[in-house]
Design a protein around this ligand. Sequence first.
Ligand SMILES: *[C@@H]1O[C@H](CO)[C@@H](O)[C@H](O)[C@H]1NC(C)=O
Ligand SMILES: *[C@@H]1O[C@H](CO)[C@@H](O)[C@H](O)[C@H]1NC(C)=O
Ligand SMILES: *[C@@H]1O[C@H](CO)[C@@H](O)[C@H](O)[C@H]1NC(C)=O
Ligand SMILES: *[C@@H]1O[C@H](CO)[C@@H](O)[C@H](O)[C@H]1NC(C)=O
Ligand SMILES: *[C@@H]1O[C@H](CO)[C@@H](O)[C@H](O)[C@H]1NC(C)=O
Ligand SMILES: *[C@@H]1O[C@H](CO)[C@@H](O)[C@H](O)[C@H]1NC(C)=O
Ligand SMILES: *[C@@H]1O[C@H](CO)[C@@H](O)[C@H](O)[C@H]1NC(C)=O
Ligand SMILES: *[C@@H]1O[C@H](CO)[C@@H](O)[C@H](O)[C@H]1NC(C)=O
Ligand SMILES: *[C@@H]1O[C@H](CO)[C@@H](O)[C@H](O)[C@H]1NC(C)=O
Ligand SMILES: *[C@@H]1O[C@H](CO)[C@@H](O)[C@H](O)[C@H]1NC(C)=O
Length: 542
Amino acid sequence: MALLLPLLVVFVAFASLTEGVGLLPDGLNAAVGETVMFTTTLTPTEKPFQSVNWSFNFSTAIIIVMNSENIIGPEYEGRITFFTSTASLELRSLTLDDTGEYAVNIIQDGKPHSGRATLVIYEKVSSVSVTSSSTDLVEFSGSVSLSCSASGSSLSFLWLNGSSEVTASDRVQLTDGGSSLTIITVTRSDQGPFRCRVSNPVSTGTSDPVNLSISYGPENINLILSPSQGCFAVGSDISLTCSVGSRPPAQFNWFLNGDQLLDTGSELRLMNVQMSQSGNYSCQAFNSKTLRSQTSQPSTITVLEKISAASVKPSTNLPVEGTSVNLTCEASGSVFTRNWMKDGSDLTPTDNMILSDNNRVLTFDTVNRKDNGEYFCQISNPVSSDGAKYIMIVNYGPENVQIKGPNEINIKDTLKLTCSAESTPSARFTWFLNGTEILNNSAEYIKEEVEFSDSANYTCQAWNNITERTSSSVVHELTVTDQPSGCAAGCIAGILITCCVIFTAAVGGGYYIYKKKFNKNPQKQNTEQEENMYENISITRK
Ligand SMILES: *[C@@H]1O[C@H](CO)[C@@H](O)[C@H](O)[C@H]1NC(C)=O
Ligand SMILES: *[C@@H]1O[C@H](CO)[C@@H](O)[C@H](O)[C@H]1NC(C)=O
Ligand SMILES: *[C@@H]1O[C@H](CO)[C@@H](O)[C@H](O)[C@H]1NC(C)=O
Ligand SMILES: *[C@@H]1O[C@H](CO)[C@@H](O)[C@H](O)[C@H]1NC(C)=O
Ligand SMILES: *[C@@H]1O[C@H](CO)[C@@H](O)[C@H](O)[C@H]1NC(C)=O
Ligand SMILES: *[C@@H]1O[C@H](CO)[C@@H](O)[C@H](O)[C@H]1NC(C)=O
Ligand SMILES: *[C@@H]1O[C@H](CO)[C@@H](O)[C@H](O)[C@H]1NC(C)=O
Ligand SMILES: *[C@@H]1O[C@H](CO)[C@@H](O)[C@H](O)[C@H]1NC(C)=O
Ligand SMILES: *[C@@H]1O[C@H](CO)[C@@H](O)[C@H](O)[C@H]1NC(C)=O
Ligand SMILES: *[C@@H]1O[C@H](CO)[C@@H](O)[C@H](O)[C@H]1NC(C)=O
């Protein structure tokens, strides 16, 4: 014992400097059941050490080698192997009780060496599992606690959310040394998968993933029409799709003008639509977990019949100037708008026109020949359009009746008188000589080889078979002369002009009476009148 005392002093000197110094490496960790090797830094030698003393916790002898004799502590019987060349020690079948300080004191060639190491034995991590207070949650309503359990010693806990580490925050609490994870207000992003990773210096274990099912919605409901317009022709196929954010997937109900339809599902297909299916469609989504529902804004679907068979019908087929005429624009289908054009341009109604009944009827108060033209009515709705035209011809007249032809003519010449009138349709003309009808239905009166007796007052009367108007009579005085042409013609013309002025004045005042008398008593009147006229002509002839 006395011999060992100085060695002990040396050892204590070493020990006071630092742990795990000298011949041995610093702290060692090992798991229960495993083997640990304390390897000295001595160069292997053939020559036996004078003495080696391995001890535990500075009290329990592990092995003492002296004079090539090994004394092994009873607790270490069969658990150790001593390496004679380096004085290293292997310790097997480790238990938690092996945790402590290991020291070795060696005397080699009279010189002391020593070493110290701390060994910590850990129980390996095992049976890592996570339990959750609930896995079926509703967003924003309530919290969830995940707790991690594991076997092993000196455990430390870490939570993984997917692949990233969970950190504590306002919403996320880590308690019980990190083994409990509490999410105060769950959100849809907290679905995980969550895993708990448990470790100590000798091992690590990770739990199975735990998924949280977090229900939410319905929200952001949106009703989409396809095609996207709101107006459809009868017979179209329309698809309405309801989209919504919801977990679990929402159940759908459909409404038309507030009345529930039988359809369910996120898509409503309307095939071969009819006008009766027009209305405001909306969808409602219901989440059976959150027990919340949401209803979309209504989408208005208008089903329209295509416009066909447009027509413009006049109130009369034969419009007569001065009367009232209606043009009525009609079509079958869903009529939205009517537009009128005249002769290819937009119609700008004039004073005598009125558009009424949403442009259905174009009324001419008193129709005028200026209203002639091509009227076009375009009927449109958002899905189609059609048009029809009507060509207006206003019937009028006869007016401005004129007789053209010579006022004097040589005997035996051919007489040609032409009567004209402004009239639609063309007027028919009737010729009278001295008050007696001589020709019907002809604009021209032709007489070959005139005689003196053809000198007379020729009268033309125009008649319009539509307006059923008869013009006033126009009288043309003709003188048959035997004088050759020359100065005489001029002289006669001069006289005639004078005569005509007098005559016209007379006709203006007297014709009405003339005609009336003639009509009442044609024969008698005729004779009187003819005589008068003839006298007149006779004068001029002289
Ligand atoms: C071995 O060392 C321990 C302490 O390190 C001491 O208590 C013990 O007496 C020593 N044994 C011998 C035989 O030197
Ligand atoms: C050995 O010492 C350590 C402290 O260094 C102590 O924790 C441990 O319980 C001791 N082991 C035994 C078996 O006494
Ligand atoms: C989990 O990760 C997601 C992102 O992936 C994050 O939004 C969410 O807040 C995390 N939850 C927790 C409890 O860490
Ligand atoms: C958990 O969610 C992940 C995807 O986030 C999936 O791959 C896995 O199968 C889910 N596990 C369970 C048990 O539902
Ligand atoms: C559809 O909704 C519009 C307003 O959004 C309303 O003016 C119209 O009257 C509704 N139609 C029906 C048939 O309820
Ligand atoms: C024209 O139509 C109006 C009503 O729109 C009616 O009062 C009038 O009698 C019609 N006139 C004719 C000539 O048909
Ligand atoms: C002239 O024509 C009308 C109808 O066209 C007829 O009523 C009348 O008798 C005719 N007069 C003569 C002389 O042919
Ligand atoms: C008017 O006369 C024309 C021929 O000039 C004839 O074609 C038409 O049928 C007549 N109309 C009536 C209503 O008599
Ligand atoms: C017409 O009347 C005039 C005078 O009144 C007479 O001279 C003439 O012979 C008459 N002509 C015919 C064709 O009757
Ligand atoms: C024609 O009529 C006018 C006026 O009525 C009369 O003065 C004249 O004599 C007539 N001429 C003939 C040839 O009948």
